[in-house]
Design a binder for this molecule. Structure first.
Ligand SMILES: C[S@@+](CC[C@H](N)C(=O)[O-])C[C@H]1O[C@@H](n2cnc3c(N)ncnc32)[C@H](O)[C@@H]1O
Length: 272
């Protein structure tokens, strides 16, 4: 049931998802900060799995940089859209497969197959069942080659609570507010699809129990989180913007910033 709700939500928002990461300077923070960590840890070449890759923004970007890509997602409408975009971007030769599947079961791929694995923008947050989420983490690691970097970004619990204060105060008295606050689980039904919102220590410990070394935890929107209007305004001033972005990159791994960022990225490396 939860899976159907998630699939339906993303089937209805393919174009919105495609535009999301480049919609404005605020949304670009998530994309550009993720790319910065990809640049830091990706090998110079190789085959990357973009798991929960949606309409293909990262697949196309990385294929354009010379990597081989496989995109997996469980929403067919996203896959159709991604295939068209891959063709239009002229990177078809670099994209080996655009396939349907769930991150909870990557059995269509052998162990140790990929030089890097991505699962960005919250696919793991949409696996609301804790056992399935643990399985998904194991699967993302299983298909990575020993030594390969794994990049997973999720939605933050503390940021979500702050969003309720800013945008949806009437929800604070509804049962799901305390459910999110106390468990991270959101059942859906109030404008967004079912989701698990993470605390950073929870994300870290979920990966620490696996055969990986944690390399970085970062807040993708960082100190600008939930300040969309102000950030977009700041973008108009070149000098201030440059200093702010320098400050963003200096602070995005600070534990307090990671915890309250809309999206939290964990980067780890599969042990040899
Ligand atoms: C917010 S989008 C992120 C897309 C892309 N990775 C990005 O960073 O922009 C979330 C995507 O996760 C996919 N998704 C959700 N649960 C999934 C699952 N269990 N397995 C595979 N994909 C899933 C959805 O279909 C959707 O395309």
């Amino acid at each position: 049931m939860t899976k159907e709700l998630v699939r339906q939500y993303y089937s209805d928002s393919v174009r919105k998802e495609w535009r999301r990461l480049v919609a404005d300077p605020y949304h670009r923070l998530e994309f550009d900060t993720t790319l910065r960590f990809l640049e830091k840890y990706l090998p110079d070449q190789g085959h990357i799995l973009d798991a929960g890759g949606g309409p293909g923004r990262y697949t196309i970007e990385l294929a354009g940089r010379g990597y081989q890509l496989t995109l997996l997602d469980f929403t067919p409408a996203n896959l159709e859209f991604a295939r068209r975009r891959v063709k239009r971007a002229g990177v078809k030769k670099k994209v080996q497969q655009v396939v349907e599947g769930s991150i909870v079961d990557l059995s269509q791929f052998d162990d140790n197959s990929f030089d890097a694995v991505l699962c960005t923008g919250g696919p793991l947050s949409h696996v609301v069942d804790a056992h399935e989420r643990d399985k998904a983490i194991s699967e993302l690691i299983r298909v990575a080659k020993p030594g390969a970097p794994i990049f997973v970004s999720v939605m933050s619990r503390l940021s979500m609570i702050i969003v309720e204060l800013i945008l949806f105060q009437y929800e604070i008295e509804l049962p799901h507010f305390k459910q999110i606050r106390d468990t991270g689980d959101y059942p859906g039904g109030y404008g967004f699809t079912p989701c698990h919102f993470f605390l950073p220590e929870e994300l870290r410990s979920d990966f620490e129990s696996k055969p990986v070394e944690i390399l970085d935890l970062a807040g993708l929107e960082g100190i600008s989180s939930n300040h969309r209007k102000e950030l977009n305004q700041l973008h108009k001033n070149e000098i201030r913007w440059k200093i702010w972005m320098e400050t963003h990159y200096m602070t995005c791994t600070h534990p307090a910033v990671v915890a309250t960022s809309e999206h939290i990225l964990i980067v780890c490396r599969k042990k040899d």
